[in-house]
Structures are given as C-alpha cells and as structure tokens.
Ligand binder design. Sequence first.
Ligand SMILES: [Zn+2]
Length: 388
Amino acid sequence: MDLGGYPPKLPRRRALSAGKTTQLQKHESLTLSVKAATLANDHADPLVELDHLPSGLLDCDAAGLGRFLDGPTLIQLAGQREPALFVSVLMHGNETVGWEAMRRLLLDFDVGGGQRSLPRSLALFIGNPRAAAAGMRHLPEQPDFNRVWPGSELPATPAHGVMQQVTARMAERGLFASVDLHNNTGTNPHYACVNVIGNRYLRLATLFSRTVVYFTRPRGVQSQAMAELCPAITVECGKVRDRLGVEHALELVDACLHLAEIPDTPMPMHDIDLFHTVAQMKVPEDIDFAFPPAKAPLVLSPTLEHLNFRELPAGTAFARCGQGQPPLDVRDEWGRDVTRRYFTCEDGELRLKLPVMPSMLTCDAEVIRQDCLGYLLERYDKHLPPRG
Ligand SMILES: [Zn+2]
C-alpha cells in the first residue's frame, strides 16, 4: 500500500481533540501553512499556542510528545492568581526532567484531570519535542534552543523568532517568575543559575538549592531573556532519569505556584553558596579528543566528572596531551581567549595553572562537541547585595 504523502499526525491529533474545536485544531492549519512556507528553508517549526492541555498529553513521556506536538508549544493555563509562573521544559530534547516533573505535577490539578485548582496561572513552554522524540539535545539542522532567546549572539534563525515571540507574549501578560528546567550530563549537585544578582532572583534560586551559579555567558539563554520580565532561574536537576531530580523539580514548581510573593529582602550569607562562571571550556573543532584507552592528541581523564563543584588546586590534571599550546579553547565572559591563563601542558598532562572550581564537566563526547567541555567558576559570595 502506498502511503506516500499521507500525513499520519493529523488523524491522531483529531482523535485526541474530538468533541470540540480546540486551539490545537485551529493552530493545526496555521502550523501546516506556516510550515509549508518555512520547511523549504531550514525545517523550522513555528510556535504553537494552546490554552489547555490536550487530553492524553500527560500520559506521554518526553519521547512520545512528538505524537501530539510538532514543535515549540506554549500552553497557557488559568489559575487562581495572576500573573503567571512561566516554566520551560525540553529546551534540550534529551533532558527529560522538566517534562517528567510537570506531567506528574499537573495530574494533581483540574487542568490535568485532578481535583485541585491551579493556585497560580501557568505558562508552560515545551521547547523541542522533535528533538525529544529523537532523544537529542537538538536535531542536527536545529540550533541549540537555549542559545537563541533575545540577547543571543548566534546568527539569526527561525528558532530565534519563536523565542522572541514567546518572550513578547510573556512581556504582554506579565510574569510572576520564570523557571527553566534542565538535566546535565556530568556528575553535578542540583543547583540553580541566575543571570542577574538581585534579591528576588537569589531567593527564587535558593528555593531550589543553596548552590547558585551566576553567569552572563553564553548569551541567548531562556533565563537571561526572562530576567528582563521577572525573577528568572535555570535549574540543573542532575542526570537524566534521576528520580530525585524529577521530585526536586516538581517540588520547586509546586512551591512557586503556591508562593504569594518573592520578597525583595537580602539573602543571609549563610543560606547561599554563590559562584560566578568565569570561563567556558571547549575542545577546538580541529582537535581530536578521546577517552582512554583510545589515542588522540587530547586524551581526557575518564574521571573528569568527579571534579565538578570541587575547589581544585593548581596542578590538577584534566587530560593527557602533547607539549605546546594547551589543546582547549577557554573563553572568559567577554569571549576573550584565556586558555593560557588557566591551563598549561606539562609532562604530557593538561594541568590547571590556577585554583578554580569546574562545573558541568562531562565525559559525553557528543555534548562536548555540540556544547562544551564544561565551565570554570569562582566564589562570588562577596557580591551578594548588602543586608539592612
Ligand atoms: Zn540543558
């Protein structure tokens, strides 16, 4: 039987939304027509906006969402209080913690078939369901969805337009707070990130963890764009499929939904460990790297991940390498090359020249190539807003 040209997604969608003409159906035709216009260019998906959870959506795991959603989807759900809490999930398609937490949380509320009404309106942004279906951070033809928000320094793509649209919608309606939920690949504690040092931002962050990282690079991340509108954080909930990460994310969002306000009073120093990202480490594209026993110009330590969030002394080895220029590309916040400030090649090892604390170090070769090897941090407690 020839099924060429048959669109398998439409009948399934119609079955899901049978009974009433839903936003999903209205957007379906919009989606398809805009898609026809953009598909030829670069496979970009336009934003889909809904005012309800399509029935059956909460039964799907992240990989299954692609059966319902073609691309970035903003679902705005009414609750008892305004303005809304903004939560984004699956900005990276293979980081399932956010969707796992939200589908469990929403089952409890009437919008998801439960008993309780939402204590506060919720704007849920499901970033990249197509990458989630493929189990990838992003598809090969897509940019990284957490680098294309307003403020991005990457060349403009249709995905930039989608994030701009989401940000504009949220600016129009006003927000209470914004939480972007992520997993990471290395062995890291759960921690929150802020892009603005302000009492309400830090209070929101410490609802999740006393470990807080302040960063200003890379640009174009969700929390940086949302920080213009409300207290905004990115949270890193440990490795994918870590059950505790899901519970922790769920507790955070539940707490945010129930909060009446986020006070603008200074954080006590002893309630927070604040760090600042001082550099991002990449492996230059023309340098081959490997893990032992494989051979390459750069052989990374297989226990690299265990260095995360440890304050390391100068001399700590990250890898084996040849002599000469350290085979890394380390950039400070302004994009300046600071490789030689932090690293040296000595006795066939890539060693730290200064005491620093790394984060997000990963042994996942794909992530190292697609994103980065990790970050270098220093303590930033002295920059906390003064008390009283
Ligand atoms: Zn992520």
